[in-house]
Design a protein around this ligand. Structure first.
Ligand SMILES: Cc1cc2nc3c(=O)[nH]c(=O)nc-3n(C[C@H](O)[C@H](O)[C@H](O)COP(=O)(O)OP(=O)(O)OC[C@H]3O[C@@H](n4cnc5c(N)ncnc54)[C@H](O)[C@@H]3O)c2cc1C
Ligand code: SF4
Length: 329
């Protein structure tokens, strides 16, 4: 499959990159290209200009400060795995596709990847047979015939781990740089999954420096290449006498990655089964996988949400030296 024609720009600074993205008509950033290039080859994305941000020094750093761990958007997933700074993040990055994809794919590109749908991610010849759906600018959805919105699924592996870690994202903009909770990067819209405005870029992610123990589990058919059919991240923050605070992150079950936290009244509960069951049930309520992917059925994936939340908690507890964590309650 051939790439459509496009102009290539290589800015030397973040400011120049934002200027190019805001001034050029139909310009898009490209980092590792592992999500964007296949989409362009399939004719799903046709940017007129590609702005290559992969080598910008401002996006290539990993820094550890009092505030926390800050990782530039153009740091590759492999570099994050090798740095080994945060075990939960490492686990999620190592779960992405394959080592080749991790070597090329970046943190920013992973977070800003497009949503997936079986009826959208088709080669052009096959797609021609289908009436254009909402995501292709049409007026129908092949997943739910009576549906009024696109239900394409966000299936990035890294976002749930970062959400569970309480990460913030810094956005570079031609107007003013801003830092927001990571959850606000995601729109929940199948067609346009990120909330970035024209000219804006993910600059970096910061994970607060707080002792925690986490685990990421991914449901997929094959052990490599496959996107998650469900991804569950769990992070436990020991809170001394106040017990334990737990955040769960979910992916591949909705149009955006989800997260929620154990309510404070349950934090002091000593019986693990009580908060495990609460978190598993809560995750089940929030997850709504739809029939837009091959592999397992939506019903099976939803049932597995409960199983994976419990398993991820068990794994995180093992890492935390369970006894100490519970003794502190
Ligand atoms: C066969 C295959 C399997 C895959 N499996 C997985 C998987 O298991 N899990 C998973 O999570 N992903 C998977 N992916 C998707 C992809 O490889 C990864 O998400 C990768 O991390 C994307 O990063 P990238 O740098 O290559 O993104 P790019 O392709 O460069 O960019 C992706 C999108 O993000 C935008 N973008 C890039 N950087 C920024 C930035 N800093 N700010 C704003 N926008 C930006 C681009 O404009 C583009 O729209 C798979 C892809 C393929 C082809
Ligand atoms: S969920 Fe529906 S509208 Fe969205 S990409 Fe799939 S078929 Fe198209």
């Amino acid at each position: 499959m051939k790439l459509p024609d496009f102009d290539y720009r290589k800015p030397v600074s973040l400011t120049e990159a934002c200027e190019m993205l805001s001034s050029e008509e139909d310009a898009r950033p490209i980092a590792g290209g592992t999500d964007l290039i296949p989409a362009m080859k399939y004719g799903l994305k046709k940017p007129r200009v590609l702005v290559d941000i992969s080598c910008l020094p401002a996006l290539r750093e990993i820094t550890l400060t009092e505030k926390g761990l800050t990782i530039g958007a153009a740091v590759t997933l492999r570099e994050i795995v090798k740095s080994g700074h945060n075990p939960l993040l490492t686990q999620a990055c190592a779960a992405v596709g394959s080592t080749q994809l991790q070597a090329m794919g970046t943190l920013g590109g992973n977070l800003c990847q497009d949503t997936c749908c079986l009826y959208y991610n088709l080669p052009p010849m096959t797609r021609q047979a289908l009436r254009p759906c909402f995501k292709r600018g049409g007026d129908t959805c092949h997943v739910t015939k009576s549906g009024k919105v696109c239900l394409a699924t966000y299936a990035g592996d890294v976002a749930p781990a970062l959400l569970a870690l309480g990460a913030e994202v810094t956005i570079a903009s031609p107007v003013r740089e801003r830092t927001i909770p990571l959850g606000e990067l995601f729109s929940g819209k199948g067609e346009t999954p990120q909330t970035l405005n024209r000219g804006e870029l993910v600059k970096e992610i910061t994970i607060p420096s707080k002792k925690s123990f986490g685990s990421y589990l991914k449901l997929r058919v094959r052990k490599s290449i496959d996107y998650p059919l469900l991804g569950v991240a769990v992070n436990l923050f020991p809170n001394g006498e106040k017990g334990v605070s737990i955040t769960v992150g979910l992916t591949a079950v909705e149009r955006k990655p989800l997260s929620f936290t154990l309510p404070p009244d349950l934090s002091e509960e000593k019986r693990i089964e009580v908060w495990m069951t609460y978190l598993a049930d809560e995750a089940y309520k929030r997850a709504h996988p739809v029939a837009n992917t091959s592999g397992y059925s939506p019903q099976y994936r939803r049932e597995m949400v409960k199983v994976y939340v419990k398993r991820a908690i068990e794994e995180a507890l093992k890492k935390s030296d369970e006894k100490n964590l519970l003794d502190s309650k």
